[in-house]
Design a protein around this ligand. Structure first.
Ligand code: DOR
Ligand code: ZN
Length: 347
């Protein structure tokens, strides 16, 4: 049996939603992770400290009886014209807000209230750089003339590079990296880190498209080619401190996934650690697991790694655990990664 003990992991990018969905999904994150950097793309979006404080209280109330003792939601504000710099500064000073998230309007779920141009927020970005507040970026062009598989690279070239050049001291996270262009952008710039999801690490577009269309694997940015996936996996397993886990766990009811126009988003929080452990195990890279799950992320955000630990044990593959969670009223959500989860126990 293989067993590894590491500092408790953090999730640097997660969607917990609200109401019944929050109640159903928050325990999975709270049981597995110390910190959870919670995305603000609710409807309406979380654009103020007061909204973030209320949302954080609802998350803690939903965390459930088995939540880790050190589980802590970290809140981001949604960048648009409603964000007020003084309110952001007050939220950070009060320890309620830790980051600001930029969505290009129309790029993904609940991004309609996002921005038309990142550099249009230069004043906010300068204030953030001065105060050391990180910018989290959904790096995906919405230009209809650009192929969907090239939109990460396009956004980095046309939007994020100019913003980083104009505001040099800004700490930036390129979220859910999906291409080599994204990896190169992060590796080439000081103060820029990149989160990588379990699904972009383990799936490529043939998994989505080759054997019957898989709406459960539809997310934004879209899962890209095999070559891109292998580069992402190499980066994650390299120990390079610029790369760290962000699950982008994003639950949607099955009825919104298996329908005419599937919503983008993959719910992976229940088995995210097992999926990543299995990837590292298969590649003889368990020695770098702690860096990716537990050390690189906190270092990027200027925080200490967890003092608590978890132990992951690989057992003989057992029956895979459930692939569906029911959140009430006949509403089901599909869980990513059940097969890998059958090979591991986490304690
Ligand atoms: O696939 C995605 N789903 N990507 C995102 O950026 C947002 C997320 C969601 O909120 O469902
Ligand atoms: Zn996301």
């Amino acid at each position: 049996m293989t067993s590894i003990t590491i500092a408790a992991p953090d999730d640097w990018h997660v969607h917990l939603r609200d109401d019944h969905m929050l109640t159903a999904v928050a325990p999975f994150t709270a049981n597995a992770f110390r910190y959870a950097l919670v995305m603000p793309n609710l409807v309406p979006p979380i654009t103020s400290t007061a909204m973030a404080e209320g949302y954080r209280a609802r998350i803690l109330a939903a965390a459930g009886p088995d939540a880790r003792a050190d589980f802590t939601p970290l809140m981001g504000l949604y960048l648009n014209d409603d964000l007020v710099i003084e309110d952001l500064m007050a939220g950070v000073a009060a320890g309620i807000v830790i980051a600001v998230k930029y969505y290009p309007a129309g790029a993904t779920t609940n991004s309609e209230a996002g921005g038309a141009s990142l550099i249009g927020y230069q004043g906010v970005l300068e204030a953030m750089a001065e105060a050391g507040i990180p910018l989290l970026v959904h790096a995906e062009s919405t230009d209809p003339d650009i192929d969907i598989f090239d939109r990460e690279a396009a956004f980095l070239d046309t939007e994020l590079a100019p913003a980083c050049d104009a505001v040099p001291g800004l700490t930036v996270t390129v979220e859910h990296l999906s291409t080599r262009a994204g990896l190169d952008f992060v590796a080439g710039r000081d103060g820029v880190g990149g989160s990588i999801t379990p699904h972009h690490l383990t799936c490529d577009r043939s998994d989505v498209l080759a054997n019957g269309l898989r709406p459960d694997l539809y997310c934004k940015p879209v899962i890209n080619s095999r070559d891109e996936r292998m580069a992402l996996a190499s980066a994650a397993m390299s120990g390079n401190p610029s790369f760290f886990i962000g699950t982008d766990s994003a639950p949607h009811p099955l009825s919104h996934k298996e329908t005419g126009r599937a919503k983008p988003g993959i719910f992976n929080a229940p088995y995210a650690l097992e999926v990543i452990a299995e990837l590292f195990y298969e590649n003889d890279a368990l020695g770098q697991l702690e860096a990716f799950l537990s050390l690189n992320g906190p270092a990027h955000y200027g925080l200490a790694a967890a003092e608590s630990t978890i132990t992951l044990r690989r057992e003989e593959p057992a029956e895979a655990p459930p692939e569906i969670v029911t959140i009430g009223d006949g509403v089901d959500v599909r869980i990513f990664g059940a097969e890998a989860a059958g090979c591991w126990t986490v304690s």
